[in-house]
Design a protein around this ligand. Structure first.
Ligand code: AVI
Length: 324
C-alpha cells in the first residue's frame, strides 16, 4: 500500500492588523469592518453551524452538485492535474473530487496554519496515493505554490461562493491571480451562488435559530477581547437584507441607541439606527459570472446548476498560448 505523502510549507502570511483595519473602517462615513475578521475560533465554529442550517442552502446544494457531477467534472476537466485549493478549510469539498479527478498532487492553501495542517494530514491519511503539499499563505495576496510542487497542468478549485464576498472589481482581480497561477491552458472550478427570489436569499442570512446573528455579533466580542473595546452587545442587533440594485446581501450591525464606544484610545459615537457594514455577499446570474470570468482572462467551458437554480459551478479555462 502507498505511503501517505505530505509536506507542509509556511509561506509566512503577513499578520492581519485588526486595530488599524477597524480604525480605518470606523473613520469612513459608512462604518465597516472587513469580513475576514469573522473567522476567529468562535466565528469559525459559528460559520460551520451556518452551513448546516435549513435556511442556508449554498453549502448543501454545492456538495450535492459536486457528488452528482464528480464524474462529469472529471470528463470535462481531465485527470492528473495539480489540484490547488485556495482557502481549503477542512478540505471536505475537494475530497468529493479526488476519486474522479485523480490529481497528481493536491495543494491546499489556508491562512490558518494549525487548521491547515490537521486537514491536510487527514487527507494524506485517507488518500495515501495522493501527494499533499500544504501551503500556509494569505492566498488573497499571494498565490505562490510550494517549491516542491510537481510540474503539471493546474486546476484551481474555489468553492463555497467565497468569490461573492469580493466586490465585482476585486473578484476580477482575484480571478486574475488564479489565472496567472494556473498559467496558459490552466483551469478553475468555482462555486457561485445564483441570483434568486429575495425571500430565499434573505432567509439564508436571517436564520430562525439566530446563528447568523451570533456570527455577526461575534465580531464585536472579538474586538472587545483583542482591542480592549467596550461594545455592549445588548445595544446592537444583526441586520441582513438583499440590495437588489447591487445584487448583494449586505450584513450590518445596527446600533439600538445613541451610544459611545471606546476602542484603542479612540471614542466613536454611534447614533440610534446607525450601522456598521460587516459583509457583502454578491449573487450572480450565470451570464453575469461568465462576464466576470472573461474580464479575468477565463473562458467558460461548462456551467452546472441544480434543479432549483440555487447555485452554479463553473469550469473555466485560460487561453493556451503558442509561444515560440
Ligand atoms: C463565506 N461566505 C461565502 C459566506 C456567504 O454566504 O457570503 C459567509 C456568510 N455570511 C453569513 N452567512 C454566511
Amino acid at each position: 500500500m502507498a505511503e501517505a505523502s505530505i509536506t507542509f510549507h509556511d509561506l509566512h502570511p503577513t499578520a492581519d492588523d485588526l486595530a488599524s483595519d477597524v480604525l480605518a473602517g470606523f473613520s469612513r462615513p459608512q462604518k465597516s469592518i472587513p469580513p475576514k475578521y469573522f473567522y476567529d475560533a468562535e466565528g469559525s465554529r459559528l460559520f460551520d453551524a451556518i452551513t448546516e442550517l435549513p435556511e442556508y442552502y449554498p453549502t448543501r446544494t454545492e456538495m450535492a452538485m459536486l457528488r452528482k457531477y464528480a464524474d462529469e467534472i472529471a470528463q470535462k476537466a481531465g485527470t492528473g492535474h495539480l489540484l490547488v485549493e485556495p482557502g481549503s478549510g477542512s478540505c471536505g469539498k475537494a475530497r468529493i473530487l479526488f476519486e474522479g479527478l485523480q490529481p497528481c498532487a493536491y495543494i491546499p492553501m489556508d491562512i490558518s496554519g494549525d487548521h491547515l495542517r490537521v486537514a491536510a494530514e487527514a487527507v494524506a491519511a485517507d488518500y495515501p496515493w495522493l501527494e499533499v503539499h500544504a501551503a500556509c499563505t494569505d492566498f488573497t495576496r499571494l498565490m505562490t505554490l510550494p517549491p516542491s510542487s510537481p510540474e503539471g497542468r493546474r486546476l484551481a478549485f474555489f468553492p463555497g461562493s467565497s468569490i461573492g464576498n469580493f466586490d465585482p472589481d476585486r473578484a476580477v482581480g482575484f480571478l486574475r491571480m488564479i489565472a496567472e497561477m494556473v498559467g496558459p491552458g490552466g483551469q478553475l472550478l468555482i462555486g457561485v451562488d445564483l441570483k434568486k427570489e429575495r425571500r430565499i436569499l434573505e432567509a439564508a442570512y436571517n436564520d430562525a435559530q439566530g446563528v447568523t446573528a451570533a456570527f455577526n455579533l461575534n465580531l464585536l466580542t472579538r474586538i472587545n477581547r483583542e482591542l480592549g473595546a467596550d461594545f455592549d452587545l445588548a445595544q446592537w442587533r444583526h441586520r441582513a437584507f438583499y440590495n437588489q440594485a447591487e445584487g448583494r446581501i449586505e450584513m450590518h450591525l445596527v446600533s439600538r441607541v445613541d451610544q459611545l464606544v471606546r476602542l484603542a484610545g479612540h471614542t466613536f459615537a454611534f447614533a440610534e439606527g446607525e450601522t456598521i457594514h460587516t459583509e457583502n455577499s454578491y449573487k450572480y446570474s450565470v451570464e453575469e459570472f461568465r462576464d466576470v470570468a472573461a474580464r479575468a482572462g477565463f473562458t467558460t467551458d461548462t456551467v452546472w446548476t441544480d434543479d432549483d437554480n440555487l447555485f452554479s459551478l463553473h469550469l473555466l479555462q485560460t487561453e493556451v498560448t503558442n509561444e515560440e
